[in-house]
Ligand binder design. Structure first.
Ligand code: SF4
Ligand code: SF4
Length: 202
C-alpha cells in the first residue's frame, strides 16, 4: 500500500479548513467573479444591424434574414448556442451594440425560445435591381463617423436628404420604368447599378 506524501496530506488539511470556492446556488446567492462572461445583452439603440457580429460568431448563434420586399432585416440571437466567447462584443462596430453581462449566468430554461432575442431593422434597397444595400441605421452610423467626406457618394447624399429634406422625395426617389438613365444617378441605387449609370452616361 502506498502512503500519501506529506505535500498531499498538507493540501488535504488546508482544503478541509478553507471555505468552499463554489456556492450553494440556487439556495444561496451566486456572485460571478470579476470579468465573468455571461449572456450577451443587446442595446438595440446602439446596434445598427450591420451583420459584423454574425460574421465573427463561432457557433453561428447570430443569424440575419433580409426581406427586400418588406425592407426588413431580422436579427436572431440564440443564446442556447452561445459559447460566451465575447467575439460579438469585441468586434461590434459601434462598441455598444452588444455586451456580455457579468451577472447573467443562469440561462437554463425548458423553453428554448426564451433564450432568443429578435431585432428588426429597416433596410435600404436598390430601386433598380432590388439588392439589399444595408440597413438605414448602418448608413447613418457611417455618415456620422466619416463626417462630410461621406457625402462624396450620391447614395449618401440621398440618405442625408431624407434627414434634411433639401429635395422632395419625387425628385430623388423616383420609380425606374425605362432602364437606368443619367438622372438615376440621384436615385437610391446599389453600388453595382450606380456603376452602370456612371459608365454609361458619364
Ligand atoms: S458571445 Fe460568442 S458565441 Fe455568444 S453570441 Fe457572441 S460571438 Fe456568438
Ligand atoms: S456588430 Fe454591433 S452594431 Fe453590428 S449588428 Fe452586431 S451588435 Fe449590432
Amino acid at each position: 500500500m502506498k502512503y500519501p506524501k506529506l505535500r498531499e496530506l498538507k493540501e488535504a488539511v488546508i482544503s478541509l479548513l478553507t471555505p468552499a470556492y463554489t456556492t450553494k446556488y440556487p439556495y444561496a446567492e451566486h456572485i460571478p467573479f470579476e470579468g465573468f462572461r455571461g449572456r450577451p445583452v443587446v442595446d438595440d439603440l446602439n446596434c445598427v444591424g450591420c451583420e459584423t457580429c454574425a460574421n465573427v460568431c463561432p457557433p453561428n448563434a447570430i443569424t440575419f434574414t433580409d426581406d427586400p420586399e418588406k425592407k426588413i432585416r431580422t436579427i436572431r440571437r440564440d443564446y442556447g448556442k452561445c459559447i460566451f466567447c465575447g467575439q460579438c462584443e469585441e468586434h461590434c462596430i459601434t462598441r455598444k451594440g452588444v455586451k456580455l453581462s457579468d451577472k447573467i449566468f443562469d440561462i437554463a430554461d425548458t423553453d428554448r425560445s426564451r433564450n432568443v432575442d429578435i431585432q428588426q431593422k429597416e433596410l435600404l434597397v436598390c430601386n433598380n435591381c432590388g439588392a439589399v444595400i444595408t440597413t438605414k441605421e448602418h448608413l447613418r452610423f457611417i455618415h456620422k463617423k466619416l463626417g462630410p467626406k461621406a457625402y462624396s457618394s450620391v447614395l449618401n447624399l440621398n440618405v442625408l436628404n431624407e434627414k434634411l429634406r433639401l429635395a422632395e422625395d419625387q425628385d430623388i426617389d423616383v420609380e425606374i420604368v425605362d432602364n437606368l438613365k443619367r438622372k438615376d444617378m440621384f436615385n437610391i441605387l446599389c453600388p453595382n447599378c450606380l456603376r452602370l449609370v456612371l459608365i454609361k452616361y458619364l
